[in-house]
Design a protein around this ligand. Structure first.
Ligand SMILES: Nc1ncnc2c1ncn2[C@@H]1O[C@H](COP(=O)(O)OP(=O)(O)OP(=O)(O)O)[C@@H](O)[C@H]1O
Ligand SMILES: [Mg+2]
Length: 348
């Protein structure tokens, strides 16, 4: 495939270590069928660029994986298989993958460019999110995960950096959430070889106990990770805050999560029961699906909010007594006019 790489230049030498800084030297260059325009983010094993798809004349997100990964046969096999499965899932909350391939010893993925920010950035800016926003975001991620599980695809790396939050369609849907990076984690490969912890595995804050112990994983490891993400959305902190990686790994396997209200006052006890089940150490004790988990969570949060509302007096017939609530801003001129001429429109 044509590239702007100088003839005879070994790509691994050019690209390893991953280019750093906003202008990595790739800006303006052509990689496979894409022209690199701007770096939009980076993680432990990849750099993501906004790029132009030269064949179809559209903007894409181009993810270049670290050259080390292309040399890891297990990773390559899984990359090929899982990218294909992820690309075959057509779901409103999964980032569509356009191409997953290799050029000059480098694995890359071209996918829909999602304008906005990831959940990590949103949480870093806003801290804890309110229960309603949490429920709205969680349900979108849950539906994406359940759809993947129906295709026998386990995400394995559900975390705020892999949840992209774009602007929604209207006031009832203020954000549209996309899940990305299916099967792109190196965690399950490297956690058993402990020396690489920190080098590739990234954060351990959302990793399920069975991933740590190297047992086979299924969709329920995503239920666990989603539980950690939800805990953090509600409280502003992950369930297991520890001083170092080893202590986090231990806590994920053996410590119970703290009650939500211990971290952030005002969250209902009923939500603890739900999170306790999502974060059960044994997969068979967790919810069977992500949507089941999130629906129960939303119900618990709603019940908790209602229980805290002061009871309104009623006239015995169930109608609330006392002054009527303020009309919404848009209705104020109408109500003012009615008050001015002494008429009551609603009695006519
Ligand atoms: N399709 C996309 N559209 C827009 N931005 C994206 C897209 N995919 C990824 N990004 C941005 O690029 C950032 C880096 O992504 P990347 O997957 O390399 O790292 P990460 O998920 O944060 O960490 P890790 O390496 O541990 O997986 C993301 O956090 C996100 O902000
Ligand atoms: Mg990612």
């Amino acid at each position: 495939m044509p590239t702007d790489t100088a003839p005879g230049t070994a790509p691994d030498t050019e690209f390893a270590p991953l280019p750093v800084g906003r202008d990595s030297g790739l800006i303006g260059k052509r990689i496979a069928g894409y022209r690199v325009e701007e770096e939009i983010g980076r993680g432990g094993m990849a750099v993501v660029y906004r790029a132009h798809d030269l064949n179809l004349d559209r903007t894409v997100a181009l993810k270049l994986l670290a050259p080390e990964l292309a040399r890891d046969d297990t990773f390559r096999r899984r990359f090929a298989h899982e990218s294909r499965v992820a690309a075959s899932i057509d779901h409103p909350h999964i980032v569509p993958v356009f191409e997953a391939s290799e050029t000059e010893g480098m694995l890359y993925i071209a996918m829909r460019y999602v304008p906005g920010q990831d959940l990590r950035a949103l949480e870093d800016r806003e801290g804890a999110l309110d229960p309603v926003t949490t429920g709205r975001i969680a349900i979108q991620v849950a539906s994406a995960l359940d759809a993947a599980h129906a295709h026998d695809l386990v995400h394995r790396d559900v975390k705020p950096g892999n949840i992209l939050v774009a602007e929604g369609t209207d006031r009832d849907h203020p954000e549209h959430v996309y899940l990305t990076d299916f099967g792109l984690t190196k965690k399950s490969l490297s956690l058993t070889g402990f020396t690489t912890v920190g080098q590739f595995v990234g954060t351990l804050d959302y990793v399920a106990p069975e991933q740590i112990s190297g047992k086979p994983v299924d969709g329920r490891c995503d239920v666990y990770s989603l539980g950690c993400v939800v805990f953090e959305m509600l409280t502003g902190v992950v369930p297991f805050r520890r001083d170092d990686d080893i202590a986090v790994l231990w806590a994920q396997q053996y410590d119970p999560p703290p009650p939500l209200s211990e971290v952030r006052a005002g969250l209902p006890d009923a939500a603890d029961t739900v999170l306790g089940k999502a974060l059960a150490k044994a997969p068979e004790e967790r919810y069977g699906t992500c949507l089941e988990f999130v629906m129960e969570l939303r119900a618990a949060l709603e019940r908790g909010t209602r229980a805290k509302e002061p009871p309104r007096d009623t006239d015995g017939g169930g109608r609330p007594q006392g002054p009527p609530p303020e009309p919404p801003a848009w209705a104020r001129p109408v109500f003012r006019r009615i008050g001015e001429d002494g008429a009551d429109r609603f009695d006519r």
